[in-house]
Design a protein around this ligand. Structure first.
Ligand code: EPZ
Length: 415
């Protein structure tokens, strides 16, 4: 494969920023938004709450001047479990929120205990209603010091959003340091909120009375999409230029690709190039960890790449408790992987062979595409709806850089 791919805006940045637009009595303008099913779902949720939303390509406008509801429709919340990040902003703006408990998913139980404990600490009342609904209410949230047991991305985001209208200052210790948290901070600053420390692990937010702003905000590039396409070309062999990427955001991913034998160069202006002969070396150990460590959202993709290489690699998944289910599908393609709890041992094979496989989660699906591209013969992947949640027109992007890939007409849900 060879060619140029422009990296779109980050799914995991635009979702919390869309949640933050609910805090604003005015109209927020977001640019460089990715066109993804999860973004469309979030827009449906905002509309259900009374927002007027407009989307033109990668530009989104949200007018949240007149909210008419604080209840997130169950059908929408169920479709996208990350809708839980809307909790903090609806609670802050409306004083209460009704939302269905987000279920677990393919990669783990995904509890929200840290979210709820922090909101209770700020004075909210949490009523775990029956029938899977959750009601959180607070006449006025109180700023306070919160220590997270684990640097949870979603919990950090929800606390930042809830703190915007709280009385006084909120301090979050052991906060997540992901670039998406920094992007949310930049947006909140454009709303006129005084917030600092994102990326450092300690975040301070000074509550305000209300927000009337007309912010224009460009969403940061998607580091996981960039890493996924770089891993695809690393696995098949070839050369790729990715543009509109933040080099530092993908530093840990590039480190692993270099160690596997890829030649990588970084140019000013957000351009990174990769060259690979497709004959990769095993990595003795890759451990996922919170940013700036190796991202859990790239774990399936790196395992797919290591499946076809010389030597044995070990990958340890420290963030989610059940994120190796996709390896059963890779084994159908001839991969030699054994999973013990949170550790996968990958014995590299000379070749993978095409097979019919099933995507059951977003990044596991991306791993199947990488394996399919590097395999001999045809691979048919069902469950492409999962992949569409995080990758814009994935088959078109890859075909443009030489991949032999198409979406099978008889069911839009198959590649
Ligand atoms: C965000 O999920 C991302 N999603 C995930 O990306 C990403 O994998 C994850 O952060 C880690 O980086 C979005 O941003 C929309 P966490 P989130 O809270 O916020 C446990 C993708 O593929 N935990 O940092 O849900 C939790 O079970 C998705 O784009 C609690 O125990 O992740 C997990 O083991 C997948 N209690 C760990 O913390 C809580 O209250 C990290 O979860 C919250 C989390």
């Amino acid at each position: 494969m060879s060619g140029i791919i422009e990296v779109p805006g980050a799914k995991n940045a635009v979702l919390p920023v869309l949640a933050a637009t609910l805090l604003n009595n005015g109209t927020s303008i977001l640019e460089n938004c990715p066109e993804l099913d999860d973004v469309f779902t979030m827009l449906e949720i905002l509309s259900a709450l009374g927002c007027k939303t407009k989307k033109k390509g990668s530009r989104i406008e949200v007018d949240a001047s007149n909210l008419t509801s604080s209840c997130i429709p169950e059908i929408l919340a169920k479709r996208m479990r990350s809708s839980i990040i809307i909790l903090g902003s609806v609670l802050a703006r409306c004083g209460e929120v009704l939302i269905s408990y987000p279920g677990g998913c393919e990669i783990g139980m995904r509890p929200i205990d840290m979210h709820l404990r922090a909101l209770e600490q700020m004075g909210a009342e949490v009523d775990g209603l029956k029938h899977g609904m959750l009601k959180v209410s607070a006449s006025k949230l109180q700023g306070c010091e919160i220590l997270l047991d684990y640097p949870s991305v979603g919990a950090t985001e929800n606390i930042m959003l809830a703190a915007c209208f709280a009385e006084g200052e909120t301090l979050i210790r052991n906060a997540a340091k992901e670039p998406e948290i920094e992007d949310l901070q930049e947006f909140l600053k454009k709303l006129g909120v005084s917030v600092s420390g994102a990326g450092s692990g300690v975040i301070r937010i000074q509550g305000v009375k209300e927000i009337n702003a007309e912010p224009v905000h460009k969403i940061i590039p998607d580091r996981i999409v960039a890493g996924t396409y770089l891993a695809a070309v690393a696995a098949t062999g070839g050369s790729l230029v990715v543009t509109n990427v933040e080099y530092d955001h993908i530093g840990s991913i590039l480190y692993c690709l270099r160690r596997a034998g890829c030649k990588i160069k970084n140019y000013t202006g957000g351009v990174v190039t990769l060259e690979s002969d497709g004959k990769l070396k095993a990595l003795d150990l890759v451990r996922t960890s919170p940013y700036p460590g190796f991202p859990t959202d790239m774990q399936p993709q790196i395992v797919a790449l290591l499946s076809k290489c010389s030597g044995t690699s070990v990958v340890v998944e420290t963030v989610f408790e059940n994120r190796f289910r996709y390896t059963e599908q890779l084994q159908k393609m001839g991969a030699d992987i054994s999973v013990q709890g949170r550790t996968a041992i990958i014995r590299g094979v000379d070749k993978l062979t095409g097979a019919s496989v099933e995507a059951r989660d977003l990044r596991g699906g991306a791993a199947l595409i990488i394996a399919g591209l590097a395999a001999e013969g045809e691979t048919r992947i069902s469950g492409v709806n999962y992949i569409d949640r995080g990758y814009e027109r994935v088959e078109q992007v890859l075909a443009k850089v030489g991949a032999n890939i198409r979406r099978v007409e008889e069911s839009r849900n198959m590649i």
